[in-house]
Every structure is written in C-alpha cells, then in structure tokens.
Write a protein that binds this ligand. Structure first.
Ligand code: SF4
Ligand code: SF4
Length: 391
C-alpha cells in the first residue's frame, strides 16, 4: 500500500510571500520548463519547479529548511522561459529573504532590517547612537581649522562603537547560521559524503571566480557588478585592517602626516614614507571605486530587469542603494576634505558615511549581505552531500 504523506499548508505564509513580491507564484502550472532551463539545478530533484509547488501549497517548514533555494544565483533564465510568467527566479529570491528573517537572532532585528518599510527605524539607531556618544564625549560640534575627520569623530569613538557591535553581530550571526545548518541537515535527511573543509574551499573558489554566474544565459553580465561589489567590499575590509595596523602598531594616525614620527617608522626615509602612504590611499580609493562602480551597475541591471520578466523586490533595491551610498559618501568625504569644501559639508557627509557603514557591518546578519554567508553555507553543505552541479 502506498505510504500516506500529510502536508499542512500555511496559508498565511503564502500570503506573506505574495505580499513580499512573489505575487505570481499561483500562476505556475507545473510544466517544469524552469527546472529544465536552469543551468544550476542538479539532476537529482532539480529546482525551481518543486519550490514553486511547495510555495503554492504554503509548505513553509520544508521551504525555509531547503538548501536548494540557495543554489540559485537569481540569473532569471527560468523566468525568461516560464510560459506562465510565474517568475520562479523572483519567488526563490523572496524565499531566501524569508529564510534570513526566520533565522534572525534576535528576531526583531530581522523584522527591522528585513523590511524596507522600516529603513528609517534602522538608520535612526546609528544616528542616535553616534549623536549621543559625540554629545557625551564633547565632540558634537564642527571642529575649527582644516578638515580632519578624527577631530570630529575621534578614533576611540569609532572603535568603541564598531568593535563591540561588530563582535556582537558576529555572535548573533553564528547563532543564525547554526540554526540554518541544523535545519538543512534535518531537511535533507542524508549523511554527508564529503568533508566540510574541502567542500568549503571548493565553494570559496567558485565564489571568488564567480564561475556559476557565468553559466547563466539571460543575466550573465550581472557577474561583473557582483565581482566589483564583492572585491570592493574585500578591499575595504583589508583597508580597515590596514588602518588599524597603522594606528595601533605603527601609532600613525590619519591623515598620515609625513612628520618626525613617520620618518622614525620608515628608517628616516621620506620617500619610503610617502610611497607607503600613497599605496595605502590608492588601495583604499580603488576599493571604494570598485564598490561605487559595482553598486551603480547593480542599480542599472535592476532597472534593465524591470523591463523584462522579472521583479526586483524593494529589499534588493535597498541593498543596492546602500552599497552605492556607502561608496559615494566615502569617496565624496575624501574629495571634500582634500579640495577644501566648507567643513560642515565634509563632516556631514562623513557622518552619513559612518551611519551607512554601521548599517552594512552591524546589520549584516539580517541584510541582503547575509546572502553571501547563507549561500556559502548552503553550497558547502550541498557539496558535502555531493549533489551540486559540476562546474
Ligand atoms: S514556474 Fe513556470 S516554467 Fe516553472 S513549472 Fe511553473 S509554469 Fe512551468
Ligand atoms: S534564477 Fe537562474 S539559477 Fe535560479 S532557478 Fe532560475 S534559472 Fe536557476
């Protein structure tokens, strides 16, 4: 006798998905064209047809524990060929956002950051925090003389905000990721056939080269914007670590004046000191330009996608806008400092930049950026199960 399987549809979940942008999911009539054209779907239980059915039935638990929705790179080849306009690529994108919210710790942060309607609330937190700290430390005013950002927001204030809150974010993210990993293991019901570390290394290699993106047909050019944003972020991360090294190991503060202290660091050679400073600045600015160019391309691609078969959720728009603004305000603040803009403009731009950097770093476990980590974990897990497509 055939085994009976009982599903409990979650109608509320279906409505939530539709409200979040997956309003086309009911159009799917299960023809499976999407799974056939998807360049990344494994032969064994391919996606996204089965996810469309599960979403129509409101199988929340099964969907939010699935690793398959993270193997999709949102190229939208499937949406292009779907005969019903059901936009399966976008439905998977909305599902990934739901997973981030579901695993968020604490939950309310997932709601604040995950819902673009709450953007002002999310931005108000760092604004108030910085204003209070600047007020308490007596720095809530425009400093006299040439623009030096550390006179406005001293380095200990930046460290005092970012170091503990970044560590807290890492801790919160670790809790979310352990839940996610446990859920994937529970849902797959399979024993891993490969070790974690080799699978992770293989995944990172794929991510660094963006090799999966190049398998896509419809939105192949999106890999360029992703590469720029990806390496822009990595470059700015290295820049931050480098600046910390300069400050705490070399005891050399921005804007890195070539004075007696600098000469003592570089064995009395002004040429070496200048070369070091110029390399640092070039590296930092190149990273910011990459982020800026990548952010601009992301927005241009999204505008282009609006005219075809896809929908861009406001969550994606928000991420693209924040990335662009981080690069723009950082770059403008430097230009204003060097070219002698009125200090009030330079310091205000710098303040906005800090607020946006806070958004990117402290809210990482709940924002679109969390995708990088969730996707890395899911692809690694899939490689451990040996059901990933070969590159
Ligand atoms: S989403 Fe479109 S292509 Fe995929 S099964 Fe449904 S109708 Fe077919
Ligand atoms: S968006 Fe691209 S990767 Fe994702 S399911 Fe569709 S075809 Fe596959």
């Amino acid at each position: 006798m055939a085994q009976e399987t009982v599903f409990t549809p979650d109608v509320k979940f279906v409505r939530e998905l539709q409200k979040a942008g997956a309003d086309t999911l009911k159009k799917c009539y299960q023809c499976a064209t999407c799974s056939v054209v998807c360049p990344l779907a494994p032969d064994d239980k391919p996606f996204p047809r089965k996810e469309m059915l599960m979403a129509q039935w409101g199988l929340k638990d099964e969907l939010l524990k699935s690793s398959d929705i993270w193997l999709c790179h949102n190229c939208n080849d499937c949406s292009k060929y779907c005969p019903r306009g059901a936009k399966p690529g976008d439905v998977l994108s909305i599902l990934r956002k739901a997973v981030i919210q579901e695993n968020a710790f604490p939950k309310f942060m997932g709601k604040i950051v995950g819902d673009p309607n709450n953007i002002w609330q999310a931005l108000l937190i760092p604004v108030v925090l910085f204003l209070v700290i600047l007020g308490v430390t007596g720095h809530l005013h425009i400093p006299e003389g040439p623009v030096v950002f550390s006179k406005f927001v001293p380095v200990p204030v930046i460290d005092g905000v970012f170091v503990p809150l970044s560590l807290l974010a890492v801790g919160m993210f670790a809790i979310s990721m352990s839940r996610f990993w446990k859920n994937m293991a529970e849902a797959s019901g399979m024993q891993p056939k490969a070790e974690f570390m080799p699978s992770l290394v293989e995944t990172l290699k794929e991510i660094m080269t963006h090799s999966k993106f190049r398998k896509c047909d419809e939105n192949k050019d999106r890999s360029v914007s992703h590469v720029l944003v990806f390496y822009g972020f990595i470059g700015l991360g290295i820049t931050t670590a480098w600046a910390v090294f300069n400050l705490y190991i070399l005891h050399w503060e921005l804007p890195y004046a070539i004075d007696e202290h600098a000469l003592s660091i570089f064995g009395g050679s002004a040429v070496v000191a200048w070369a070091y400073k110029i390399i640092f600045k070039l590296f930092a600015n190149a990273s910011a330009i990459m982020l800026l160019a990548g952010g601009t391309l992301v927005i241009m691609n999204r505008l282009k996608e609006r005219s075809v078969e896809t929908t861009t959720s406001s969550f994606d728009w928000l991420f693209a806008a924040i990335v662009l603004l981080v690069g723009l305000t950082g770059f403008l603040a430097q230009v204003m400092r060097v070219t002698g803009f009125p200090p009030v403009l330079a310091y205000s731009t710098y303040f906005i930049h800090l607020v946006l950097v806070f958004y990117i770093i402290v809210y990482l476990p709940y924002s679109k950026l969390a995708h990088f980590v969730y996707r890395t974990a899911a692809i690694t897990y899939t490689k451990m199960l040996k059901r990933d497509v070969e590159m």
